[in-house]
Design a binder for this molecule. Structure first.
Ligand SMILES: C[S@@+](CC[C@H](N)C(=O)[O-])C[C@H]1O[C@@H](n2cnc3c(N)ncnc32)[C@H](O)[C@@H]1O
Length: 255
C-alpha cells in the first residue's frame, strides 16, 4: 500500500470536517479559473473527500472524483447524497494511471494533492491524454517559494506527513506542464496560515514528530523563517507558519 493511501485512509474522518480544506481560499480561486459551464464533463484528480468535485457539481453535466484512498472517497459519496448532488461519481484510481478513456473530459482539476505524487510527469501526461483538445486543467498545490528553501520545506513536511513527496517551485511547474504539452494561461498564489497545533493534529503527527518540527524551525535561519512566516508565542514556541498555494489555469491546445 502506498504512503498516501495509508495516511489518508487513517485520517479521512478528520479531513472530511477540515474547514481549511473544505472552504480554503484556493477553492474559490480554482473555481474562478475553471469557469465551469453546463456542458462541461469534469474530472477532479486526487479528490479526497470530494471538496473540489462537489463544488464543481452544480455547474457541470457530470463530475468524476478519482483518488487512491477508499475511505476519503466514502466521505465524498456520503456528502454528495446529503447535498442532493446526483451528477457526481467517485472512482478508486491513481493520478499516474487514470482509469478513463482518451479525451473523456473538458475540464480537469487537482487541488492540494500533487505534492504527494511521485511521478508528476506521468500525472501531467495522463491529464493531457484524458482532456479534449481545447480543454482546461486547473491545478492548485502548495509550492516552495524558491529552490533554496525547497529541501528544508520538504523535510519539514515529510516529518509531519510521511506521504508528502515534494513541493515544487512555480518555475518547475511551468517547465513540467509545458513539457507535457499544456499551455500555461494564468497563475496566482494564495497564502494559507497553518496553525501549528491544528496542522500537526490533522496529520496525526506523533509527539516525537512535533518536537522535531519545532527543532527544525528553531534551526532555520532568519531569512527562511521569514519565507515561511514562522510565528512564535511569548515563550518562543512555534504557533503557525504560512504555505503558499499556486493556482494555475492550463489548456490543452486545439492542435
Ligand atoms: C490533501 S488531500 C486533497 C483532497 C482534495 N483534492 C481537496 O481539495 O480537499 C490529498 C489526496 O491525494 C490523494 N492522493 C495522493 N497521491 C495520489 C495518487 N498518486 N493518485 C491519486 N490520489 C492520490 C490522497 O489519497 C488524498 O486523498
Amino acid at each position: 500500500m502506498r504512503d498516501s493511501t495509508r495516511q489518508f485512509n487513517a485520517h479521512a474522518d478528520k479531513y472530511a470536517t477540515s474547514e481549511v480544506h473544505r472552504f480554503g481560499a484556493s477553492l474559490p480561486a480554482l473555481l474562478e479559473y475553471a469557469a465551469p459551464v453546463s456542458v462541461d464533463v469534469a474530472l477532479d484528480v486526487a479528490t479526497g473527500t470530494g471538496n473540489t468535485a462537489l463544488a464543481l457539481a452544480p455547474y457541470v453535466t457530470e463530475v468524476t472524483g478519482v483518488d487512491l484512498a477508499a475511505k476519503m472517497l466514502a466521505h465524498g459519496t456520503a456528502r454528495a447524497q446529503e447535498e442532493g448532488l446526483s451528477n457526481v461519481r467517485f472512482v478508486l484510481g491513481s493520478a499516474e494511471q487514470l482509469p478513463f478513456a482518451d479525451a473523456a473530459f473538458t475540464l480537469v482539476t487537482s487541488r492540494h494533492a500533487p505534492h504527494h505524487f511521485r511521478q508528476v510527469g506521468r500525472f501531467l501526461a495522463e491529464v493531457f491524454r484524458v482532456l479534449q483538445p481545447g480543454g482546461r486543467f486547473v491545478l492548485a498545490d502548495q509550492i516552495s517559494p524558491d529552490a533554496e528553501i525547497k529541501p528544508w520545506l520538504d523535510r519539514f513536511h515529510v516529518t509531519r506527513d510521511p506521504s508528502h513527496f515534494t513541493q515544487r517551485t512555480v518555475a518547475e511547474w511551468r517547465e513540467l506542464a509545458t513539457a507535457a504539452g499544456l499551455r500555461w494561461e494564468q497563475d496566482t498564489l494564495v497564502p494559507y496560515r497553518m496553525d501549528f497545533a491544528w496542522w500537526t493534529a490533522q496529520s496525526g503527527s506523533s509527539p516525537e514528530a512535533v518536537a522535531q518540527l519545532r527543532e527544525q524551525v528553531a534551526a532555520l535561519d532568519p531569512a527562511g523563517r521569514a519565507q515561511i512566516q514562522a510565528e512564535f508565542d511569548e515563550a518562543g514556541e512555534l504557533i503557525a507558519h504560512t504555505d503558499y498555494m499556486m493556482v494555475v489555469r492550463l489548456e490543452k491546445p486545439l492542435a
